[in-house]
Design a protein around this ligand. Sequence first.
Ligand code: ADP
Ligand code: MG
Length: 734
Amino acid sequence: MVDLSTPLAKVVAPGSAGPLAKNRDVHTVGDFLEFLPRRYVQPGELTDLGELAEGDEVVVVARVRQVTTRPLPSRPRQRMLTAVITDGRTDVEVTFFNARGHEHRLVQGVHGLFAGTVKAFRGTWQLTHPDYQLFAEEESQEAVNRYTGRLVPIYLPAGRSMPPWKVRTVGEVVLDSLESLPDHLPAEVRERRGLPGLREMYEHLHRPENLPQVEHARHRLRYDEAFTVQAVLAQRRLANEDLRTTPRRARPGGLLEAFDAKLPFELTDGQRAVSETIAADLAQSHPMHRLLQGEVGSGKTVVALRAMLSVIDSGGQAALLAPTEVLAAQHHRSMTAMLGDLAEGGLLGGSDLGTRVTLLTGSQSTAARRKALLEAASGEAGIVVGTHALIQEHVSFFDLGLVVVDEQHRFGVEQRDALRSKGNQPPHVLVMTATPIPRTVAMTVFGDMETSTLTELPRGRSPIASHVVPGTNPRWVQRTWQRVAEEARKGHQAYVVCPRIGDAAETGAPMVDDDGEALDLSDLGEGAAARELHSVHTVAAELEDEPALEGLTVGVLHGRLAPEDKDAVMRDFAAGTIDVLVSTTVIEVGVDVPNATVMVVMDAERFGVSQLHQLRGRVGRGSAPGLCLLMTESESEVALERLAAVAETTDGFSLARLDLTQRREGDVLGARQSGSRGGLRHLSLLRDEDLILQAREDALALVTDDPQLERHPLLRQRIAAALDEEQAAYLERG
Ligand code: ADP
Ligand code: MG
């Protein structure tokens, strides 16, 4: 019996199986069934040869009017075949560079179905190496009907010897050899959602009668993908509920109370509500696994700090993981400041209740690092703030009760897991993100977590106005620097963000941002790649000489500065001794200088929508209104529209959706965002929201009923295979 694991070579001739294995990695019947046609042509609507345009895909029933062969000038032993085919009115020249295999079939008078891409050449239409299927004269009408009645699936070729039509023949053989296929999707789910069975799905993908069948089959493909992901997530959630950990509660008269008493502002209603939810989570005996979303400046850090303090109250420690050293240092600084004498535990003059906030980063001096490691291990530090260095093996904690991950999108699932493994028992986990995450992404990428959202900004926060500035217009550019100067003269400060650093070492290197990620050069329009991008160094030098900025101090910040220099620059900027900070996107996340009111983004088209939104969140954090000037020299309509959208709205969620439409799914789910769980091939997180909701509901019901999927072995296998692939992909990335 033939099933999905049957080698293809057992079903079709070696001449077909070989090239498919070699060129398309298709080895089994199952592989072939997943090797989907690129598209389908509707021969019922045969191309009208009278209306051809260069590059059209044509499918035509035509008769061979004339055939000639002649030696190829470059290879005298090889003959080339040219046939003129006609639909009776228009002629098309068909060319095969090697006549062999064709000259006995393509003879004058035969007719058949031809498919390919037309080109105009010296006033005639040409089809080079088209697919064709000839009709025997006696059955020709029937054959035409057969083909014109059905869609013709067009596959990618599998090398020279396997043109699309041959692959199609393989498809016919494979389908004919399959009797039935056991289906991994339970029948009741299929019925509830009106999905075709597996066998039917493949039939409709490879041998459809009409496009609605193809659509129906594709719907099931997408559903399957969503269902597999959601089943994994449901299992993760259930498994999490089975884990045991220490409940953590704030102590009456403890650190949290003392902190609340000295908080200089009122918590917003949102902060209060989320804090209560988190407190309830922490009091459970299974670990919290929560995602906290909130616009930049919505006050997530205070919420996290309060959670940390309740853990410390109960005798545990908390770790805060930040994506960059700048941010880690800033968190360390601001938490220490907010806690005041409460952060001076064990020091003379410190509060009795006090604890310690320790910073641990990769680039610390050995002595500082040793001290930090010791404080983490001894439990002296209630809060350990750090970067990736925190997840290294030799960092140990006395009793890690809570892990807070700031700005999630830079961390992967695996990194989260590694940190969780640091506790004696699994710690509670709170993940914070300022990038608004569309619901479907949250459900897919973070589907194993509960989510909370801070929707309001603290009172007194000022609106940010954004404008697109044409960088090619000297008057506008001049005006931009004047605006910066005006703000500075009012005692405020400005950011100028550039897409690259630009020191000597960089010339000729690919354009990368601070994380070493290549900038996306697509969509930028003509000439974009050739244009010299503004760099931190050149812009800083220009601003030093800019008359409008006379007397103002210009500072420079980027990822290649030594950590202590970065730190010093940030400190100077926070203290107001630097008026204009020219930097790369190191300031993208979390940097908090309330006195900064203007941001100028150079070559703004180089940044993603969400990234720009994130960036401008750095201004308008204080009581003065913020201004963001998106400077661009691009003339690409796509780019300008995108910038206009950013300028028009400050609604992070609608921008996140826009961002999603402009990226491939792989980027959304790729290493950067999810750690892994990539490889959604059919599902669109934007288009398929309803379907994802359905799959989530179905998967949760199924997994709750049968957590180990003992009654669904095929589904279990499928999930295991998907996870293996994910694991393999992760290992490959290193
Ligand atoms: P996020 O991390 O969400 O971007 P932060 O927690 O850094 O935001 O908060 C931004 C600023 O707002 C900080 O200076 C913080 O002290 C202040 N802040 C937080 N909550 C409030 C509040 N309820 N009222 C006034 N200011 C607040
Ligand atoms: Mg923050």
